[in-house]
Ligand binder design. Sequence first.
Ligand code: AMP
Ligand code: MG
Length: 410
Amino acid sequence: MERPRSPLIPVDEARQRIAAAMRPVGIETVPLDQALGRVLAEDVTARVSQPPVAVSAMDGYAVRGADVQSVPTTLRRVGEAPAGGSHPGTVKAGEAVRIFTGGPVPAGTDTVVLQENTEAIGDQVVVHQVTALGRHVRAAGLDFENGQTLLRTGRRLSARDVGLAAAMNVPSLRVRKRPRVAVLSTGSELVSAGGAVGPARIVDANGPALAAVLRSFGAEPVSLGIARDDVATLQDAAAHARGTDLFLTLGGASVGEHDLIQKALGLQGLAVDFWKVAIRPGKPLMFGRLGELPVLGLPGNPVSALVCALLFVGAAVDGLLGRPLAEPTITATLGRDLEANDTRQDYMRSELVRGADGTLIATPLARQDSSMLASLAASGCLVVRAPFAPALKAGALVPIIPFGVGPEGY
Ligand code: AMP
Ligand code: MG
């Protein structure tokens, strides 16, 4: 069967076009205690080998392996090698050095006998268990070698990476500056949270949500507040976006009479790249350029805004940070039957639980109305359905975007 032609841009193409249009932001140096979540702007190379010399992995006695191949055997204790200390000289046959975890293995020895397999009597050490040659010794450079590149450009730094950089004797890192992103909520019906609500007034949920999304992606939101649906007001607000790295508008991205983003910014020279994406929730999603400034117009329905933020703002911020686009999905088992999909890639709010055997089970919620933010907050993942995906039975494998394991904080 021939598929109907879609006039909409596929999600992946939109993500790629957005990311490719971004010019990476500048670079700064930060100390390790400010490096969490930042994105590396250069490869990081070890300035030391770890461990610098062979060390013991256990508490016990450093010996010549040949001496402990038949037991019991009695060796003479000739010294001590704690972490941070060392035993001078070369250990000879029949001798043992008391050693502790991290202690440098003395010259002449190659094996560590566990202390629980020995008995100390004065300066005599009776070994009760055969120990294989080389056991419990960490070779110099076991973890990494001086000069080895272990962290690469574009990596978003985790706590594990910060620990590794410290171990590599690298006290500060060259990272991308945090992209500054202007956020403008639009709509004459909007008031700020905590403001005077009423029959014709609703609270601006998207402004705070997008600021939080941006922070979770490592960007810095610059709030431009709320603009009424009025060309002059929108143009005025847009002027304040100058000098930022990206201008995000929320709402008014469609082509209704009150959807004025394209009209208002068009009069200021907005060059539109595309304004429709084959996505649900979403679809009216505008991407263009106002002079040098990239502009991304998200739809106003809060669930659409947040799902589009995850995909398209994420792509923009990755582009600004000089990172390749990440594939956000993993696989889970579908918890209920689904009908065939239509032309738009669907992101369905879903419950996510573990089945008895530990596999992830994702069950799309019955109602997927894009105004319902409570169900987005309560859901554990989005089930992703490609355009024209066939009907599926419960038990099929589906791609999901899990929450709480993806970008921190989303
Ligand atoms: P729009 O995209 O401007 O046509 O808005 C679509 C729907 O989302 C309308 O019901 C708006 O009232 C609502 N909406 C728009 N912007 C926001 C916002 N910032 N916060 C909450 N709801 C919004
Ligand atoms: Mg509106």
